[in-house]
Design a protein around this ligand. Sequence first.
Ligand code: GLA
Length: 735
Amino acid sequence: MKNLFLSAFLCICALPAFAVIEGNNILISTPNTSMLLNGKQGEVLRFAYYGDKVEPGMINSIKGGQLSLNDEAYPVFGVNAENEPALQVTHADGNMSLDLIIESISQSAVTNAELTKIVLKDKVYPFVVTLNYKAYKNSDVIECWSEFTNNEKKAVTLYKFASAFLPVRLDDIWLSHLNGAWASEAYLTEEALSPGIKILSNRDGVRNTLGGNPSFMLSLDGKPSEGTGRVIGGALAYSGNYKIMFDISNRSRLKVFAGINEDASQYILEPKETFTTPELALTYSKEGKGGVSRSFHDYARNGKLHNGLNNRDILLNSWEGVYFNVNQEGMDQMMKDFSAMGGELFVMDDGWFGDKYPRDNDKSSLGDWVIAKKKLPQGVEGLLASAKKYGIKFGIWIEPEMCNSVSELYEKHPDWIIRQNNREPQMGRGGTQLVLDLSNPKVQDFVFGVVDGLMTNYPDLYYIKWDANMTLANYGSNYLPMNKQSHLYIEFHKGLRNVLERIRAKYPKLVMQACASGGGRANYGLLPYFEEFWGSDNTDALQRMQIQWGESQFYPANAIASHVSANKNHQTQREVPLKLRFDVAMTGRLGMEIQPKDMTEADKIFAKNAIATYKSIRPVIQQGDQYRLVSPYEKQPFSSLMYVSKDKSRAVFFSYKLEHFVNQYIPRLKMNGLNPDKMYKVTEINVELGRDNAPGRSRNRINNQVVSGKQLMNEGIEVSFGGQYSSVVFELNAQ
Ligand code: GLA
């Protein structure tokens, strides 16, 4: 054992110093942050520090300056029974206790990161806990997760199994998190943490971000600020039920536990089996919430979002335009009109499938992924031919984890459904929807086959919108044994991941969107397999401002699908100008979800110009740094945000007027993220059309002026808006 530790120690010394082990110090660092753990073989692992970067020579200063916490790094239930544990198990003999000491520490270089593994072993039972810390070199994220290996002779049951535990010195700590519901996802909520326990959790079983999100920020210096103060960010890379707990039960600590929600999910770990928890991505910034968000955006684009460094196409989705009424002529017309506006990709949404039971509404056909011949006599080939004719790409909607009781799939495989066999199942959408049992490998093969079949038959398919519109009701699996029914929530998501792994191994270039009743799947458990997620079924520009502001806390612009839709808006019935609808959708991955033939000629011209404009600023929005300036939650008459290219040579500034009064006072809006020493030419873009649909003229005096970055940030600019719901967008180019 000693040798193991020694050899690990030696191999570390040969590595470049991102992680350093000296004496009992284990220092894990990213470019701007560090985590310090303490412990040697035979000792209890202790957590000392997480925050600003610490060079190895400064470790004594951390300790001397009383920044070292000296808490247990991963508290377990047993010997210590009074505090909340990260891990609680029952051994085969009924004993419920754990007492862990360090067995070995090792480090290895992995792609773009360094992985530190600390193996802990129980003093009495051959039960092993491995804590993993993966420190990235291309973003300020340390991923933390744990693994449990049962080397006992019989099964051990896991009752609590957090991915990670983080103690934080107690102060005026504020929690920022997302919450909401269908059509109002990702609303940002901020609150001072007070004594007691606060839990963010989900138990939908399928969609874990329709309401909340498995992510959080902790502002350590009082009320959260966008630009200043120390902030810790956390995001759990999991698509299933989660639980993030903030425990202030003593006067000096906030204790954070994050992992799978263990409710109704106790896990029976067989001898020799290892259980791996999802990663908690932790980041830290002293540039406020904005700093934490930019760090998550880099983390996503540099590896945690599929093809994260690619810019996304501008698409038209058929849903709000025609709903279930798809047919060859209609799709052809939409493609033609969209192509004429400069669009790049057309996505046929729901309504295209079902042979015996054609999908005319939401009451049937999920599971029967064959073309509805009456609607689309020329098949997918006909649609691909239309797309080719108009020079755009083509994509298709599926909901492959689901089934309707009115479907051929249900008739063939009633045992593939999640249900309790001795009860009538409760149905979901359309009164007939049910969830497939992804714990069953045969079901996994089927779901993989849905995508594989489409791609084999139609290799020119460019894009798939993958939906999931039901909660995991009727909890019960025909596949899992009776003593392991409590594994279903977890096995469903393991199954989903297996399927997605197989799809990505075979189709790495296929573009996929994660949708789940709107924004129900915005999480880092799934984003490694998807290019983007659908932000919300609510496409109202005003509500989208708040939803996307929330989503942008943790996810980058090129992951947030955001569409311009009809006036009146179908969800809120609100009417706002087309310009505002574009100016909001352009802050994410721009798309449209509208019937083009219902648009006026002027609207089509405006849309065509806006699409051309977006193409030119797309790299700044999708790959640049985001700075949120005035929050739409602050109940001010306007809100604002901007994007700056990594080299600070280009920027795009968005501002929106939310209320309108005569002689209204509008303060100067201060920009951020620019190079103070550079001069920027400020040009208003996306201006309303002028007379006879000619290009409009800016009403802003700053238009075409050259101003220093320093002045734009310190003094701000005066924005001259039009009437209610008007918006102004400036492009900035360094001279
Ligand atoms: C869900 C999605 C929508 C649309 C419909 C189709 O509600 O969120 O975008 O695809 O399903 O039925």
